[in-house]
Design a protein around this ligand. Structure first.
Ligand code: FA5
Length: 345
């Protein structure tokens, strides 16, 4: 048995020394020291030996087992270190390689125009007010002096959800809601947001578009304040040389009502293809808040007056950037969008 043990030990040590990787070495461990291995077998067979030989043989088997285990551990440590070194070698990072450029996006041209308009009005002391896109008929129409059946409702073909709920057709309901909430106090707000109309989509119309409306209510607010404000807006958005022109118009919620045009920024007023030879570009609707609208929201129209205006940022962006079709804003074509690089940091 001693000789058998010696052969076993020599064989195991040779195989350990010949193992070239952790996996191979693990195989050797299982083969010699595992539950079904020869050393365990020898220990199990100890019972068959004469009683006086058992202690000596037991000690011998244990010594061989310890020697094989020690040799295994030593080889394992070496192989593991080798494996780590190889991994480190193969994964070295070359810090001198040039980096791969990361593609960055841009603010959408509409977002930029809306933000530009917001910044301008915030700098003039306006606050931003927002409201729901799914709106009550009351705020979208009735509170704005457009009772049910009023013919001017046809100007804004609507998506109705129920008889009393619709997708808002303009951002004016935010003004009605703000007036109601302020309970007769002065107001100076702009209301940006999405609106919806049952318009057929074409180069200048979309069934979903953006609006920004403004509302100022206070003591002694006059038409001249409206004109001054719109003039600053026009110069800031389209250039210092811009003139504005107010033409009479009709909105049920303002009286008097006007359309504001700006002198064409391409030809300066002499007539060109942008202004269709008129010298003027239509930009927005505006007017003095109708006394009925003030009274309905609980304002004393004898004491406080106000002006309001509303514009479509798509149309402004089209003019500003020379975009010939409104649908470009919604189709997310990168070739279109990437032309609007943000230059400011
Ligand atoms: C209004 O919606 C009024 N609420 C504006 C207003 C507010 C007037 C306060 C007076 C006082 P209008 O229907 O004209 O007005 O729409 C305003 C702007 O929205 C238009 O000048 C235009 O730029 C834009 N617009 C209207 N319909 C569409 C459409 N289908 N697609 C894109 N833009 C549109």
């Amino acid at each position: 048995m001693e000789a058998q043990l010696h052969v076993l030990k020599t064989e195991a040590l040779e195989k350990i020394a010949a193992s070239e990787n952790v996996k191979e070495l693990n195989g050797v461990r299982v083969a010699y020291l595992g539950k079904k291995g020869p050393i365990t077998d020898l220990l199990k067979g100890m019972g068959k030996l004469p009683a006086e030989e058992r202690p000596k043989m037991g000690a011998l088997v244990n010594v061989v087992r310890e020697e094989v285990t020690a040799s295994l551990e030593e080889r394992m440590a070496l192989l593991e270190e080798q494996a780590i070194n190889e991994k480190l070698q193969s994964e070295t990072i070359d810090v001198t390689l040039p980096g791969r450029p990361v593609q960055t996006g841009n603010a959408h041209p509409l977002t930029r125009v809306v933000e530009e308009i917001e910044d301008l009005f915030i700098s003039m002391g306006y606050e931003i007010a927002e409201g729901p896109e799914v709106e009550k008929d009351y705020y979208n129409f009735e509170a704005l002096n457009l009772p049910k059946g009023h013919p001017a409702r046809d100007m804004q073909d609507s998506f109705y959800i129920t008889e009393d709920i619709l997708l808002r057709t303009h951002t004016s309901p935010v003004q009605a809601r703000t007036m109601e909430a302020k309970g007769g106090e002065p107001i100076k707000i702009i209301c940006p947001g999405k609106v919806y109309r049952r318009d057929n989509d074409d180069a200048t119309h979309s069934h979903q578009f953006t609006q920004i409306e403004g509302l100022v209510i206070g003591e002694d607010i006059r038409m001249s304040d409206l004109k001054g404000t719109l003039s600053v807006f026009a110069k800031k958005m389209f250039g210092d040389e811009r003139e504005i022109r107010l033409r009479p118009s009709f909105f049920p919620f303002t009286e008097p009502s006007v359309e504001m045009d700006i002198s064409c920024f391409k030809c300066g007023g002499s007539g060109c293809n942008v202004c269709k030879k008129t010298g003027w570009l239509e930009i927005l609707g505006a007017g003095m808040v109708h006394p009925n609208v003030l009274e309905m929201a609980g304002y004393d129209s004898k004491r406080l007056t106000g002006f309001a205006f509303g514009m479509g940022p798509e149309r402004i962006a089209m003019l500003k950037y020379g975009v010939e079709d409104i649908r470009h804003f919604y189709t997310n074509d990168v070739r279109f969008l990437s032309q609007f690089q943000r230059t400011e940091v």
